[in-house]
Design a protein around this ligand. Sequence first.
Ligand code: SAH
Length: 345
Amino acid sequence: MTELEKIVQNIADNHSAEKSELVRILADDSINDFLFKTADAVRKKYVGDEVHLRGLIEFSNICKCSCKYCGLRKDNLNTNRYRMDVEEILSLAKKAKEYNYRTIVLQSGEDSFFSKDKMCKIIEGIKKMDFAITLSIGEKSFEEYEAYKSAGADRYLLRIETTDKSLYEKLHPKMSFENRKRCLFDLKKLGYETGTGCLVGLPKQTLDSLAGDILFFKELGADMIGLGPFIPNPETPLKNEKTGNLSLSIKVMALTRLLLPDINIPATTAMETLHPEGRILALQSGANVVMPNVTCEDCKQKYEIYPGKAGLNNTPEEYKKVITERIKAIGRTISTGYGFHKKTF
Ligand code: SAH
């Protein structure tokens, strides 16, 4: 074994790492094959061969934030805005049932129209259909998170985006890094399965800060980690920046699997957007979840966080078929359970 291989093996065996070790691995691509194989073995040992499919509903692209990388930002006037009504959301959930998905992920911009009571009504309606529910609707107060939890929400996704505080504050005008962290720790306290993650390849982001992101996931005790490459959106201030690197994203994901061996990790759409095999590569390097979009055609096109989003040309039905075949072709199975985080470690 080379020295770097020994470091990777040691992280895989002990599920802990020094920041300097993570930086060395991130900086050296000669270790990639070994790292990906090791993360795949850890995934197999702790969460098995099942892949969980979660039905994603993007129910509003209206947002009060101005995140500099995101196409939903309020200052982007070149986008057609939409918001679904409760009936539309419930009817998409009903469709997801036909595809045998056991989880609904509700994602949107930070749209104040969806008050606490409205959200609770949606959550209760979906819960009645016997789904696990994941929310991805941004920063809220403790009381709001508490109400959604009582209404039946099980999980919450809120990416920290970057743990580099000064970069965070540059990219998120009028938002605070402290509040983002507060949200995540509140979600944990309330008993949500809490998901976070980061963007890889943000302008001025360093390997040191990516290593810090991975250690933050561990510190939070995240139940789910979703991450992917930054993809510049022409309708944002970051339009001329460089696209994030797919293999660096997969490295960050693989290292996360070594540190948090039993959590749920999606192979994200951004990975597939940069390479047709991106999602499969991710599934073979530590990921065990896919989140197929069940949003209707018209809205899906308008939920343009970044350009060229993978899956836009498939109907939800086609996508389900294609992804199922691809998953089976790599020797994996489709889970029939809710896919909760089972703590074995
Ligand atoms: N309002 C919700 C959902 C945000 S969109 C929230 O705040 O959590 C979901 C994720 O898309 C974001 O967390 C971000 O990491 C990712 N994203 C946004 N713009 C992107 C871009 N240009 N390239 C890649 N991913 C992006």
